[in-house]
Design a protein around this ligand. Structure first.
Ligand code: ACM
Length: 530
């Protein structure tokens, strides 16, 4: 099974589970199990072949699953636990149980499973700004996450290359900022080349409401990201007056870091809080909102007399302190709305965060440890081995990637909270998340290739990380085949998965990671040149 349960014991008796069998228990648990097992056509009833019980002594995601001669018994700590139990039950069935319309009778092997996750945050990040992925792809990703007991979908909704949310208050965001005339297609650091193909799209507020509800029903929480104050070209293409210079901007058609930056003055804060209200109104209960804070080029703040005067009026000594102040104001606004802010690690290094702000240390585990020691909750997100836009092999057979190498085995071997840290520091690591940046992931088929099966390894370490991942993965690939996932085969790409060839050696992670880690020691060093 993937992820592997905490405790699993085989029992001698098996149980024949017919299609249309009854499921009984508390209505919300019944609903969770029916949602998790659509192919079984389970019907609510009084005496179930599948019997559900709530045990509040268990954690909300914990469960016990017993399959014996009398049927299937699930004891769960909450709705999520019942949902996860049903996913485990599905993995006890043949691969065909993962096909559409698979309703039939199944023989379930006798088993006793006692299970709960190691980490509460088991995340996938999807960059829908660099390339837009329509709602149907997001729903499918939620389905695949649910099968792997992943429970946080971080949607990177805004960046230099696109804004992806309808706004009634600021309609130019979806009308102007959501598309660009062309996209860069050259390898990193090589002469520029463009596809000359328009690209864009956005989610309506109704779409976002639908995505959030669909995810919630599958024990997945959507974490929206509006990345500010840098990465702001798309916003400024629509509303240049919100920028530090007031100058016109275009939605960017190339990758890398832009100097474009929002102004920290009150109209920008008002703009962003209005956008948060629209976003939260659509998504419903949203415990976390990511506000970015990465790769900010503060030159335009330093060069602006108006912004400089504002900084002085606040009694702040540097533009770095002003950035910290700006992000804190946004985090305060989110707190008033019932959400915790999440930031990339530069914002921690700049200082001044609210204590309840969650830190994502993408530039390495060293800065994550320091954030944990400072009392922040931390979600492990280090480029190595958690940036799935990097190639799995240094080979031109791979589709073009920013760099290399991150293998399935690298992910499976990763410990989000290493044993060498103090118990207090380890306690602060609330989870682990893989990032899929999409500069070079332009379509859903490439998304599948980059995401799977590395996300299987992620799910495994996030849940507990137990023995023989490689052996379990071999068996699990049959489930992915049944689901129609176009994963990267262990031996390398199918001929049709090659695409534009990768150029090895340009960005090597064994060289990049020490450089990134070193930068985290300098509060003013926020611009990786990759
Ligand atoms: C990041 O990779 N800039 C978070």
């Amino acid at each position: 099974m993937i992820p592997s349960p905490k405790l699993r014991r085989s029992l001698s008796a098996s149980y024949d589970l017919p299609a249309g069998a009854t499921v009984s228990g508390p209505p919300d648990l019944v609903a969770a199990v029916r949602t998790a097992l659509p192919g079984l056509d389970l019907l609510p009833g009084d005496h179930g072949a599948v019997d559900l019980r709530l045990d509040p002594a268990l954690g909300p995601e914990a469960y016990r699953l017993t399959v014996g001669s009398r049927g299937v018994e699930i004891v769960a700590g909450g709705r999520a636990g019942a949902f996860h139990a049903a996913q485990s039950l599905r993995q006890l069935l043949p691969d065909a149980a993962f096909r559409y319309g698979a309703a039939s009778s199944w023989t379930v092997p006798g088993v006793r499973i006692e299970d709960e996750p190691r980490f509460g945050w088991r995340g996938l990040h999807l960059d829908v700004a660099r390339h837009f992925f329509p709602k149907r792809e997001v729903m499918r990703l939620v389905d695949l996450m649910a099968i792997h007991k992943l429970n946080r979908l971080h949607l990177h909704l805004a960046d230099d290359q696109g804004w992806r949310v309808e706004s009634r208050a600021y309609p130019l965001l979806h009308e102007v900022s959501s598309h660009r005339p062309r996209s860069a297609v050259h390898p990193h650091g090589r002469p520029e080349a463009f596809d000359e193909i328009p690209h864009g799209g956005y989610y309506t507020l109704a779409d976002l409401a639908e995505i959030a509800a669909y995810a919630r029903a599958r024990a997945v929480t959507v974490v929206p990201e509006i990345d500010v104050p840098g990465h702001a070209s798309a916003i400024l293409a629509a509303y240049p007056s919100l920028g530090a210079t007031g100058e016109p901007h275009d939605v960017l058609d190339r990758w890398g870091i832009s100097p474009a930056i929002l102004s920290p003055l009150p109209p920008t804060v008002e703009f962003l809080t209005t956008v948060f209200d629209e976003l939260l109104g659509a998504l419903g209960e949203t415990p976390y909102v990511h506000i970015g804070g990465d790769e900010v080029v503060l030159d335009q703040w330093a060069a602006s007399p108006e912004i400089d005067a504002y900084r002085e009026s606040l009694g702040l000594a540097t533009v770095n302190e002003l950035q910290a102040w700006f992000l804190r104001r946004l985090a305060d606004a989110l707190a008033e709305r019932g959400s915790r802010a999440v930031v990339w690690d530069e914002a921690f290094v700049s200082g001044g965060l609210r204590q309840d702000t969650v830190v994502m240390p993408w530039r390495g585990q060293g800065v994550g440890r320091r954030a944990a020691a400072a009392g922040h909750d931390v979600v492990a997100t280090a480029v190595f081995p958690l940036y799935f836009d990097y190639a799995e092999a240094a080979s031109p057979d791979e589709p073009l990637a920013i760099g290399e190498t991150i293998t399935v085995a690298d992910v499976a071997a990763f410990d989000p909270a290493p044993a060498g840290w103090t118990p207090e520091e380890r306690e602060r690591v609330i989870g682990v998340q893989a990032q899929l940046w999409t500069e070079r992931v332009a379509d859903p088929r490439t998304l599948d290739y980059r995401m799977w099966p590395r996300a299987c390894a992620l799910a495994d370490i996030a849940w507990g990380g137990r023995d023989d991942f490689a052996g379990r993965l071999e068996a699990h690939l049959g489930r992915l085949d049944a689901l129609g996932v176009e994963y990267r085969p262990p031996a390398g790409p199918h001929p049709w998965q090659r695409r534009r060839p990768h150029l090895p050696g340009v960005v090597r992670l064994d060289e990049v990671m020490p450089r990134l880690e070193a930068m985290t020691l300098d509060p003013e060093s926020t611009r990786p040149s990759m």
